[in-house]
Design a protein around this ligand. Structure first.
Ligand SMILES: Cc1ncc(COP(=O)(O)O)c(C=O)c1O
Length: 430
């Protein structure tokens, strides 16, 4: 796969203007200070309409299971939200949806169900998984007496090669759990290749994909991928915090799991539904369709995919600007005092819009403070945190500054970031 996952096609000026108009706090922080928010891997810039719609629906006192008019309206919003989730996941009606408060909760629920109900002797995962899935694999492999096998990443690409995962799969593998985009290196896993290679070794294996980091940047296709579970968190994709969604294949949905009495075998939601969360998600999908600019009457899935493809084109242009620079401004690759990781020209995998940096003359924590003073928000990932230790060390790193802009940023803003970085990279004098 090439370094740039898709052709770099910046938004047309009218699209850029539309996109920028939709986001809250894009140019200034909540206190009015000018800033560049390049920390979208930690929780993304938010679509005004997604939050406004969710708030509007939160004001309803009605429960969506009741028969009166306002309640039926809420039930309708939930149905629409579920249809939109299926469209976004590329899942069909036979699969189930699991709403949870966080993506981590979903991973523990689903990995537990597979570990406890699918016979096997081992679970396969990778060293670059987020703890939400990795720690669930550790816990439930241990509780069910299975071996945990961990594929190591390629330190040149920052990702895990499908063959490194498939090498660990055998007839005893019950589950393969893999991340779609690393939240630290930004490298995209070739999910269809992983699933195909794993199934070639064991046609019965269950597969679970953490798409939390991938979802704001790429097209999920649960049906084409033939994946058994894939999760997302709207707060990483332009929406609110407080809820996450997972799509489950029909066969996974049938596995035994906790549920309230009377619920069908394939019902995974427990307790009262939150129509506001579904309405907020539908507002995000409306936005993607608008960005895609498909003709009226185009199917929802096609409209969503068109929006995401346009976003990918612009984000690859931003990535290109950051790494290669512009006519006036040196890019990260050639900037003295800065190291941009996993951007090797020759041995590269496709990457999302996440750029890990280190500096010759500063620690990452120090660089993050210097960025803030110059009006840029980024974040350091360090090996002293449980959330990054295993991942960083498997990649041969102790720390990085993670730079994660979003498609609503302009190429001029990417250039501004480079100018700031050049200042930070200078040795301090005096
Ligand atoms: C790749 C990835 N997976 C899972 C999660 C967990 O999401 P949540 O905070 O909703 O549990 C995160 C959060 O940072 C993430 O980056």
């Amino acid at each position: 796969m090439p370094l740039f996952a898709h052709d770099a096609v910046p938004f047309a000026p009218a699209t850029m203007q539309f996109v920028r108009g939709q986001f809250a706090y894009l140019e200034r922080d909540p206190h009015g200070a000018r800033r560049l928010f390049f920390e979208n891997s930690g929780g993304s810039l938010r679509l005004r309409k997604a939050s406004e719609r969710a708030l509007e629906i939160s004001h309803y006192p009605d429960g969506s299971s009741r028969p009166h008019k306002a309640a039926r309206e809420l039930a309708g919003l939930q149905d629409q939200g579920e249809a939109d989730l299926r469209a976004f996941f590329g899942g069909d009606a036979s699969g189930a949806l699991l709403p949870t408060a966080t993506a981590s909760q979903a991973m523990f629920v689903v990995i537990r169900a597979v570990a406890e109900n699918v016979s096997g002797t081992n679970i396969v995962t990778t060293a670059i998984e987020h703890p939400s899935s990795y720690d669930a694999c550790v816990r439930y492999a241990h509780r069910t007496g299975q071996e945990l096998r961990v594929a190591q990443p390629d330190r040149t690409t920052g990702g895990v090669d499908p063959s490194a995962i498939a090498d660990l799969v055998d007839s005893g593998t019950s589950l393969v759990s893999v991340i779609a985009t690393s939240n630290i290196s930004g490298t995209i896993t070739d999910i269809p290749a992983v699933i195909k290679a794993a199934r070639a070794k064991n046609p019965h294996v269950y597969t679970i994909v953490d798409a939390v980091q991938y979802a704001p940047h790429g097209v999920i296709d649960a049906t084409a991928w033939e994946v058994d579970a894939v999760n997302i968190a709207p707060y990483k994709m332009f929406g609110d915090r407080g809820h996450a969604f997972t799509y489950l294949s029909q066969r996974l949905a049938q596995l035994d799991h906790d549920r309230v009495g009377g619920a069908g075998n394939d019902t995974w939601a427990m307790g009262s539904a939150a129509p506001a969360a579904f309405a907020g998600f539908s507002a995000i999908m409306d936005y993607l369709v608008a960005v895609g600019g498909t003709r009226a009457g185009t199917g929802r899935r096609e409209g969503i995919v068109a929006g995401m493809r346009a976003i990918q084109g612009h984000e690859q242009a931003l990535l290109h600007t950051l790494i290669e620079g512009t006519a006036q401004q040196t890019g990260l690759r050639d900037m003295p005092g800065v190291h941009v990781h996993f951007a090797d020209r020759v041995a590269s995998s496709a990457r999302d819009l996440i750029v890990p940096l280190t500096f010759d003359h500063r620690s990452c924590a120090d660089a993050v403070r210097a960025y803030e003073e110059l009006g840029v928000i980024v974040y350091e990932r360090v090996a002293t945190s449980h959330y990054s230790e295993r991942i960083l060390r498997s990649l041969g790193l102790e720390e990085v500054v993670r730079v994660s802009p979003l498609h609503c940023h302009s190429l001029e803003e990417a250039e501004r970031f480079l100018t700031v970085t050049e200042k930070i990279a200078q040795p301090e004098t005096g």
